[in-house]
Design a binder for this molecule. Structure first.
Ligand code: ZN
Ligand code: ZN
Length: 246
């Protein structure tokens, strides 16, 4: 149901999209919020960790895609958690409407079996569209977010305009969202790489944004899709550049 991936950091997954629970001084912070139906999995993990849902202080969204905004609105209304997103993705999270269409459709991936598995899991979880989040707090590049764990924001646009990674230095954990993944949700390829072009607003920008992460030190790179990467951030960037767009 959940696995510890760094000091008091737990990975939850629906098999396609990951989200992460950070424990800090009796409080909880979520990085991303899975699909809407992952609310139940979240509740079970909270209970198993000896917490209550009301301990949830904040939901930090790496970007405003439906497989990451998931149950954020429910967490806000039920647990009273504040929901945070980069200012450039705020409108998409608030309205549920995509700001711009992706550069490539997904039709070129139709021969890949992984595509069907991804869409099946996300549809079953209710993540075919964003559930609008009525009240949002925003963060910008370089900011330290004033929530337990004090995550620092690095803006890395391309996958969406407001895509960001969050560094929690005290845990040596980098939450990469969809800036870097280790499992391609359309092709099934494993290893550090940017997201497939069919899901990106601007793939060339996503590739350039990898440089925004250079110099970051973290033992665990925790992606939105795929297993944790522990081979260093610099090596992940090098491999993602070598892999190129997909
Ligand atoms: Zn995404
Ligand atoms: Zn995603």
């Amino acid at each position: 149901m959940y696995t510890q991936v760094a000091d008091r950091v737990h990975r939850l997954t629906n098999g396609i999209a990951n989200f992460y629970l950070i424990e800090e001084a009796g409080k909880l912070v979520l990085v991303d919020a899975g699909t809407p139906k992952d609310w139940a999995m979240f509740g079970q993990a909270v209970q198993a960790l000896g917490h209550r849902v009301e301990d949830l202080d904040a939901v930090l969204l790496t970007h405003a895609h439906a497989d990451h905004t998931g149950f954020a609105e429910q967490a806000r209304t039920t647990a009273g958690a504040r929901v945070w997103v980069h200012e450039a993705d705020e409108e998409m999270a608030r309205t549920g409407k995509a700001a711009a269409s992706n550069e490539a459709g997904v039709t070129s991936y139709l021969l890949k079996g992984q595509l069907y598995k991804t869409f099946w899991v996300l549809a079953r979880g209710g993540a075919t569209k964003i559930i609008p989040i009525r009240e949002l707090s925003t963060f910008g590049d370089g900011e330290t977010i004033d929530v337990p764990g004090q995550p620092r924001v690095l803006h890395a646009p391309g996958h969406t305009a407001g895509s960001a990674v969050l560094l929690v230095p005290g845990r040596s954990a980098l939450f990469a969202g969809d800036v870097l993944c280790t499992h391609n949700p359309l092709t099934g390829r494993i290893g550090p790489q940017i997201m497939p072009s069919g899901l990106n607003r601007d793939t060339q920008q996503a590739m350039r944004s990898l440089d925004n992460l250079s110099g970051v030190k973290a033992d665990a790179l925790l992606a939105g899709h795929g297993d944790p990467w522990t081979g260093g951030v610099g090596e992940a960037i090098r491999l993602a550049k070598a892999a190129g767009p997909s």
